[in-house]
Design a protein around this ligand. Structure first.
Ligand code: MSP
Length: 482
């Protein structure tokens, strides 16, 4: 049976245009999705938007629009940005999609019937920017620790989810599935907080109506996180998609790890639904060491990002520069340096020299001994641990070996067709392995050298055909130091 792979991104609040922080997670999911596709697996890659909640209501009011009309106007911006970045998702889900709302209602009813939801009164602090509840001790005076905005005090009738009941099952889960919270470095903090005790969670609001109505009390709408988290599951209730649940991995940013590793599994346990295999939290991109975020004013849009050195260079940079899981600082100069020194000088140069020589002297099939320098097993292992920077490091190590080989064998003097074959066959391996990161470039190489982008093709010798000098793949960018 074909293996399946299901990867998700957070669903982004549709209150503004997407920025590099959103792009980062979505490219990561695209990389993994493409990797599993070239391995021949059946892949489902889900992304989308979080359209409900108070944050959206406020942004819509500010824009003088109704929430639905307002979010509708932002969706094309997300889709355009994802198209620009060459992101091949399989579904773009919105929490306003009818199939999703129906599933959320069914689950609310199920959890209510089970006795895990009860009526009470919520009195406490709420940050609309985070769409999260806070206790007095979490706050910095009266301000949100993340947004630094003054926090609202809520007092309203609300339904509560019995989160406290799930303390032990959650602790058992973290023990039984040590990878559930990844990377390891982020695990202990969650475990300690859960050990400290869990309070029941307010899961409904009455002060606005932009949300999924509770099926058992229509005066209330579901708390935005109860609604949003279920997108991952509701997308798999469509015909033909059922096999994808449970998700193999939810990629998220570190700021929403609590919601995904505490609330989410507790809701699923209560609803009797199988749990996802892994939640992987990456770090934050800072811009001159400040978090890039729309609510704090530092934003780098997708067009600005791709405008620096093109789409593939942007995708490559984000995963070469950061250790996936840790914070990283964005700088235009670092992106241009990597574009020039790695993509243009190392990769681009290799392809253009080899293709030019192959065009001139031809190639002759032989055993490719150079390929022995490629550690494919290691690359596969690194991919399965999401060590994406290290994957790139390995591939570029092999590119270095190819560049050294051409220097030492001097095929421009010897006209050795066999050496040129080894180099062309090695380029096939490089392009296939780089495809998840820089798909457009890999496709151009594959077309010229005549192979299909499939992992299995690395081990199959390249068929001999006429190769032409490749067009320049990465033009060097002049750095303006003034
Ligand atoms: N709607 C919720 C997610 C619900 S998922 C069921 C949400 N949306 S968001 O639009 O505010 O943010 C989505 C993601 O973007 C988060 O994972 C967050 O970590 C990420 N990023 C926002 N700014 C970021 C950076 N500067 N760097 C990296 N990622 C960051 O939260």
């Amino acid at each position: 049976m074909t293996k399946k792979f299901y990867v998700t991104t957070p669903i982004y609040y549709s209150n503004d245009i997407p920025h590099v922080g959103h792009a980062y997670t979505t490219i990561a999911a695209d990389i993994l999705s493409r990797w599993h596709k070239i391995k021949g697996e059946d892949v489902f890659f889900l992304t989308g938007t979080d359209d409900h909640g108070k944050k959206i209501v406020q942004a819509a009011e500010k824009a003088g629009k109704l929430p639905k009309e307002f979010t509708d106007s932002l969706i094309p911006k997300f889709k355009e940005a994802w198209k620009k970045l060459n992101l091949g998702y399989d579904r773009f889900i919105r929490t306003t999609d009818k199939d999703h709302e129906k599933i959320v209602q069914e689950i609310l009813q199920k959890v209510f019937d089970k006795g895990d939801i009860y009526k009470g009164k919520y009195e406490g602090f709420y940050c609309t920017g985070c769409e999260a509840y806070y206790t007095e001790k979490d706050l910095e005076k009266e301000f949100c620790p993340i947004h630094k905005t003054k926090i609202e005090k809520l007092k309203e009738e609300s339904y509560f989810f019995k989160l406290s009941k799930y303390q032990k099952p959650l602790l058992d889960l973290y023990k039984k599935n040590p990878d559930f919270i990844s990377p390891k470095t982020r695990k202990q903090e969650i475990i300690n907080r859960v050990k400290d005790g869990l309070k029941d969670l307010s899961i409904s609001r009455t002060s606005f109506n932009w949300g999924v109505p509770l099926p058992f009390d229509k005066k209330h709408v579901a708390y935005v996180w109860f609604d949003a988290l279920f997108n991952y599951y509701s997308a798999t209730r469509q015909k033909g998609k059922e096999k994808f649940w449970p998700a193999d991995v939810h990629f998220i940013g570190k700021d929403i790890l609590w919601f995904h590793t505490v609330y989410w599994p507790a809701f699923l346990l209560s609803a009797g639904i199988e749990l996802p295999k892994r939640v992987f939290a990456h770090g934050w991109w800072t811009f001159d060491k400040e978090k890039i975020s729309k609510s704090r004013g530092k934003v780098l849009g997708v067009n600005e990002l791709t405008g620096i050195a093109g789409v593939d260079s942007a995708r490559y940079f984000l995963f070469r520069e950061s250790v996936f899981g840790e914070d990283a600082d964005f700088s235009e100069k670092a992106l241009i340096d990597r574009h020039n020194n790695e993509l243009a000088d190392k990769l681009g140069n290799l392809i253009s020299r080899v293709s030019a020589l192959a065009e001139k002297y031809g190639i002759e099939k032989c055993e490719n001994k150079l390929l022995k320098k490629l550690n494919l097993n290691e690359i596969e292992k690194l991919f399965s641990n999401y060590e994406l920077d290290k994957v790139l490091n390995e591939i570029f190590g092999f590119i270095d070996s190819c560049n050294e080989y051409i220097q030492s064998k001097k095929p421009w003097e010897t006209h050795d067709k066999k050496v040129l074959y080894e180099l062309c066959d090695s380029i096939k391996a490089i392009a296939i392995l780089l495809y998840p990161f820089i798909p457009e470039t890999s496709e151009k190489i594959a077309k010229n050298f005549g192979f299909e982008i499939k992992l299995d093709n690395i081990k199959k010798p390249l068929a001999v055909k006429k190769i032409k000098k490749n067009e320049i793949l990465f033009k060097k960018i002049e750095v303006n130091n003034g």
